[in-house]
Design a protein around this ligand. Structure first.
Ligand code: ADP
Ligand code: MG
Length: 219
């Protein structure tokens, strides 16, 4: 499903060059759940952004579902991203002036799906995640854990093959964090490939496999 060979990435700013990824190799099979650990600044988010087609790499090969991604232009990247990938970040990043169901339905808007269908699909997911009672609430009325569940619902609504979760429990207490990871694990057990970045061993242990980033490579 995901195959990276010798991926390199350097950030160039006006005064410096920062070689962050120095030949990353990783293969992730369809249906697998992989945890990525590693110290802060080791390049985990950079790697997730590349896997999620949010950012480009400089060298190496990245195959997504058998497709060489190097040849994709911006529009094609966006279309692959919409079709294949759902993101969950450390911050739920919900839109404050939209209610919960509208937030969850947003990815379907970008797929030109009509409002009625968007909302009914969003409501189905909210029901599955135990959030139906909050559908008409606004983000500021929800707890941190509830917001993160909404973010998961939003990631799921377009039926992605892959969920990329970058420190999804980073701002939650242990109990809430356990709830969130259980939800992510159950999504994986229904067939979705999951990559999760985390600092917490209790979270990483839920994955099929843990890999470590250090000095710009995966050990
Ligand atoms: P992690 O997620 O493991 O904490 P990141 O991938 O966010 O690490 O960052 C790796 C390194 O790249 C850090 O030193 C960070 O400051 C730097 N970095 C991240 N994004 C950018 C960017 N857009 N421009 C320049 N440097 C960046
Ligand atoms: Mg990060």
């Amino acid at each position: 499903m995901i195959k990276l060979n010798q991926i390199h990435k350097t950030y160039t700013t006006q005064f410096t060059e920062l070689h962050v990824l120095k030949g990353v190799n990783i293969h992730i099979k369809c249906g697998e759940m992989v945890a990525i650990m590693g110290s802060s600044g080791s390049g985990k988010s950079t790697l997730m952004n590349i896997i999620g087609l949010l950012d480009k790499y400089d060298n190496g090969d990245y195959y997504l579902n058998g497709k060489q991604t190097k040849e994709l232009n911006k529009v094609e990247m966006a279309s692959y991203r919409n079709r294949f990938i759902g993101f969950v970040f450390q911050n739920a990043n919900l839109i404050a002036y939209k209610n919960i169901v509208e937030n969850v339905a947003l990815p379907l808007y970008y797929r030109n799906i009509k409002r009625k269908k968007r909302n009914s699909e969003a409501m189905d997911i909210l029901q599955n995640l135990g959030l139906l009672n909050h559908a008409k609430h606004f983000p500021n009325e929800l707890s941190g854990g509830q917001k993160q569940r909404v973010a998961i619902a939003r990631a799921l609504v377009a039926n992605p093959k892959i969920i990329l979760a970058d420190e999804p429990t980073g701002q939650l207490d242990t109990a809430t964090s356990n709830d969130i990871i259980k939800i992510i694990r159950s999504i994986n057990e229904q067939g979705t490939t999951v990559i999760i970045v985390t600092h917490e061993h209790s979270v990483a242990r839920q994955a099929d496999r843990i890999v470590f980033m250090k000095d710009g490579i995966i050990e």
